[in-house]
Ligand binder design. Sequence first.
Ligand SMILES: Nc1ccn([C@@H]2O[C@H](COP(=O)(O)OP(=O)(O)OP(=O)(O)O)[C@@H](O)[C@H]2O)c(=O)n1
Ligand SMILES: C[C@](O)(CO)[C@H](O)COP(=O)(O)O
Length: 230
Amino acid sequence: MTVAAIVPAAGRGERLGLGRPKALAVVGGQTLVARAVDGLIEGGVDVVVVAAPPGDEDAVREALDHRRATVVTGADDRVGSVAAALDMLPATTEVVVVHDAARCLCPPAVVRAVVEAVRSGHRAVVPATAVADTLKRTGPGGQVTATVDRSGLAAVQTPQGFAAATLRAAHEQARVRRGAGEPVAATDDAGLAEDIGVTVVTVPGDPRAFKVTTPLDLAMAEALVTAGPA
Ligand SMILES: Nc1ccn([C@@H]2O[C@H](COP(=O)(O)OP(=O)(O)OP(=O)(O)O)[C@@H](O)[C@H]2O)c(=O)n1
Ligand SMILES: C[C@](O)(CO)[C@H](O)COP(=O)(O)O
């Protein structure tokens, strides 16, 4: 059974503000994209396809060095980048995990848990953590309009795992809807699977799988790498 990984790495990293793609930012001497790919391979995936920012494909290939990964050109948004990589997966692929380059310190154990849950028969699997903050709904002027009951809420990470046919069907529907001028609101692949009626299950996520989004996140990643294994 081939387990493939798609690594969306084509974002511009506007919130990080380095003036170059976030996937090429460096933590402990390694780029985020290289770290993410290493974690996936250590987690047991057989094939890796990375979506690079258009124009930065060679820089991503260089960052990946000798790693077993194919680089494709990404798109304007994450859904398009994942779709471009999905087209490149071998036909023998049965399980696919989609993993943000930006979640570069995700422990391989999370990759294994997600793959195992798909192998056991779930069509869509996400790692999830509890929400720590109190959540408020806000209106005009930032005024609080309600306190949200967080007991039924989870913060969802990547890698997200899918039966290959499910991920293909979910992206095909998104493509068709976009082609018809309909907006596709999902911010993750599990959301696209939900849109076609697939049940998504959770496995425990890990705080180290946080997404490097801002300069503070990058500093936190650097500190964690310097501190060594938890
Ligand atoms: N067009 C895009 C946009 C995002 N991503 C990837 O999706 C993941 C999650 O996206 P996010 O953290 O929001 O990254 P950016 O889009 O780069 O961030 P920003 O909004 O600050 O520019 C990242 O690994 C990013 O590279 C992608 O492959 N293609
Ligand atoms: C896919 C994701 O990492 C799940 O938490 C997240 O939705 C991606 O972040 P974005 O800011 O929505 O691109």
